[in-house]
Write a protein that binds this ligand. Structure first.
Ligand code: UT7
Length: 329
């Protein structure tokens, strides 16, 4: 690559990790019933498409899941951790207030010196992190980035609130993004609208040595649903336009895995056949920033998504935030 040649970024490896404790809807419903919280497998499947989720053991933290996913992505890319020059972790459930989970991951990988920071954009976090890494690679600020989405959402769930606690799960996904003289990432777009802070939030914080406010997740599900359906179609069309592509060019749509009805609604509005939609929400639940890289890695490893395929990634979530990345794998 000469210094004047355009510089792009390309995913060269993917990895993911789910904690071993898989909890079916029936098992979760049984646990909740002990506390007088009523739900059912039928309600959860019909309204969300979720059949099971994974929960991390109490002593496992966000950076542990990130480490397992990162190692798999590095192995797939055949890249030594020592050669990574940028680590970005997208998470809303970090190990600590600070340092960042990215710094803790760097330490667990046994490397040091490269830039490492977290991105906090809730369920849009991975799409945000990937866009930042792509921008840094294009400008020459980095050449080999490790981009991770990792969450332990089970830690911030209110198990007395059936409208939220049945929806989320834990897990991590990662990609290695490297400089390339061919794209790679074709286009991306990020958005936020802080007017909708209240519809999806964890309002508490740490102050004066105490937790101030409610430290558990609050969501107005129907309000999030309505906003998500609208913005996901708009941002998908926008990244396609930017790249000079059309919906016919999309081999796979990998949206944030929150609710099968939102995902199918987006595919339908875009006139994409349902067999181009990657679905992992049934087995993972909503893993927030981890959902897109988890779904990407599973579909790559299963042989469904192949090198050279055009893939549309989409995120949407608290903030309110949303965004999309269009790429050739
Ligand atoms: O990751 C960030 C993005 N997040 C999302 O995209 C989430 C978006 N929202 C959603 O996915 C859906 O709005 C939910 C799955 C959260 C809720 O589905 P809904 O079809 O919008 O249901 P609803 O909130 O309108 O509730 C319908 C009924 C209510 O009962 P009534 O008032 O009709 O008697 C709820 O109390 O379902 C009841 N309900 C439940 N019943 C059994 C709510 N949660 C449960 C539950 N089990 N777990």
């Amino acid at each position: 690559m000469t210094s004047t040649a355009p510089r792009y970024s390309r995913i060269t490896g993917t990895g993911s990790y789910l904690p071993p404790n898989r909890l079916t809807n029936a098992a979760l419903a049984e646990q909740l019933a002990r506390d007088g919280v009523e739900t059912s497998d039928q309600w959860i499947v019909e309204r969300t498409g979720i059949k099971a989720r994974h929960f991390a053991a109490p002593d496992v933290v966000c950076s542990d899941l990130a480490l397992a996913a990162a190692r798999r992505a590095l192995e797939a890319a055949d890249v030594d951790a020592a050669n990574i020059d940028l680590i970005i972790v997208a998470t809303s459930t970090p190990d600590m207030v600070f340092p960042s989970t990215a710094c803790l991951l760097q330490q667990k990988l046994g490397v040091h010196g490269c830039a490492a920071f977290d991105v906090q954009a809730v369920c849009s976090g991975f799409v945000y992190a990937l866009t930042v890494a792509d921008s840094m690679i294009r400008t020459g600020a980095a050449s080999k980035a490790l981009v991770v989405g990792s969450e332990v959402f089970s830690r911030i769930l209110d198990f007395k609130d059936r409208t939220t606690c049945v929806l989320f799960g834990d897990g991590a996904g990662a990609v290695v993004l490297e400089a390339s003289d061919t794209p790679g990432i074709l286009s991306s777009e990020l958005h936020a609208d802080g007017r909708h802070v209240d519809i999806l939030c964890v309002p508490g914080t740490v102050s004066g040595g105490q937790i101030l406010g409610d430290p558990l997740l609050k969501m107005d599900g129907p309000a999030v649903f309505k906003l998500a359906v609208g913005v996901l179609e708009d941002v998908a069309r926008s990244v396609l336009d930017k790249a000079g592509r059309t919906t016919e060019d999309v081999d796979w749509l990998i949206p944030h895995q929150a609710n099968i009805r939102i995902m199918q609604g987006t595919a339908k509005r875009m006139k994409l056949p349902m067999d181009k939609l990657i679905v992992t929400v049934d087995e993972h639940g909503n893993t927030s920033a981890a959902s897109v890289p988890l779904a990407l890695d599973e579909s790559v490893r299963s042989g469904k998504v192949k090198r050279g395929d055009t893939v549309l990634l989409e995120g949407v979530g608290g903030g309110f935030t949303w965004g999309a990345v269009l790429l050739d794998l």
